[in-house]
Design a protein around this ligand. Sequence first.
Ligand SMILES: [Zn+2]
Length: 138
Amino acid sequence: MIKYNLTCKCGKEFESWFLNSSEFDLLAKRNFVKCIYCDSTKVKKSVMAPNLSSQSKKIDKKIKLEKDIKKQLINIRKYIEKNCKNVGDNFSQEARNIHYDKKTSQGIYGKATPEETAELLEEGIDVTTVPWVDESEN
Ligand SMILES: [Zn+2]
C-alpha cells in the first residue's frame, strides 16, 4: 500500500491509499479518483511534504491539522444543511419514519441523545453523528 497526498483543481488537498503507483495511474485515468470535497476527478498527486523535525514546526503542523479538520467539519455541516431537512429534536422519530416508511429518501438531520442514537443503530437505522462545528468559533 502507498499513501499519496492528492491535490484537486479546487485547491483542496487530501490523502488516499493505493495498492501501488500504477494502481493510482489506472484509477485516475478512468476517473475513479475523486476529490472528497467537490467530487471532481481533476485530482493530481502532490509533492510529498518534507519531513519537519523541529518541535515548533511540529506544533505548527498540529495547529494546521486542527484547522483543516475544523474546515472539513464546517464543509460537512454546510453540505448537510444544504441537502438535508432539519428536524431538530424530532430526529429519532423522523429517522424511524423514513426507515420504516421508505416513502422519502431525503436526508434529515437533527439532535439525538447518545441513547437515542444507540437505539436507532440497534434497529438497523443508518445514522451518523457529526461534530457540529460553528464557523465563528476559534
Ligand atoms: Zn475538489
